[in-house]
Design a protein around this ligand. Structure first.
Ligand SMILES: Cc1cc2nc3c(=O)[nH]c(=O)nc-3n(C[C@H](O)[C@H](O)[C@H](O)COP(=O)(O)O)c2cc1C
Length: 182
């Protein structure tokens, strides 16, 4: 079977995003197992029903990456115990127009890191509600909450965290593959 193609939704859009650093490590550590597409979510306009039937090219490009994917990896920051607007906006775009939701049936993984002690627990808990409403097949276990380790500033992870991430990666690959063969 070919390597699964994963579309990564990275909710951090700032220049030095911690979520982006975590995604880069995820990608590097899983390059033998999966392929990734990435889209800068700040290129999407705010969703409006005024433009949902005739959206700008950036939205079409974004939707094509969802269509081409075998699975979705969501890397979320935590904003005020929830997930950021950029991520919600992207999820809303992929869900519309009515009856044309592109997320439906997609296997999904959810990870995140933040300087706070709960390591994006609040953001992920709220995201799970939205992803299940969108009929995505979210991997329930293992979970991945990470209090941002200092080493990640330089694009590295402590060995114990790398092992933790590796277990997540292997389970996620199995999860996506099990849906590819359905
Ligand atoms: C508006 C805002 C709200 C935040 N709220 C939380 C929070 O509830 N919990 C937390 O752990 N960190 C919080 N933070 C800190 C973020 O975790 C931190 O800025 C992180 O770098 C954001 O992820 P990113 O770098 O990928 O954008 C908040 C940051 C901002 C800008």
């Amino acid at each position: 079977m070919r390597k699964p193609k994963i579309f990564a939704l990275v909710g951090g859009i700032c220049r030095d995003s911690l979520s982006r650093k975590l995604f880069n490590i995820f990608k590097e550590q899983s390059s033998q197992l999966m392929e990734f597409d990435f889209f800068d979510l700040s290129a999407l306009p705010f969703f409006s029903q005024d433009i949902e039937y005739d959206p700008p090219q950036a939205v079409e490009d974004f939707k094509n990456l969802i269509r081409a994917s075998d699975g979705i990896l969501v890397v979320t920051p935590e904003y005020n115990r929830s997930f950021p607007g950029a991520l919600k906006n992207a999820l809303d775009w992929g869900s519309r127009p009515t009856g044309q939701c592109l997320w439906s049936g997609k296997p999904a993984g959810l990870i995140g890191t933040s300087p706070g002690a709960l390591g994006t627990f609040g953001a992920q808990a709220q995201l799970r509600q939205v992803l299940s409403f969108l009929d995505m097949r979210i991997m329930n276990q293992p979970e991945f909450y990470l209090q941002f380790p200092r080493e990640l500033e330089n694009g590295k992870l402590p060995v114990s965290t790398r092992d933790f991430l590796q277990r997540y990666i292997e389970k996620f690959q199995d999860w996506v593959k099990s849906h590819m063969s359905e």
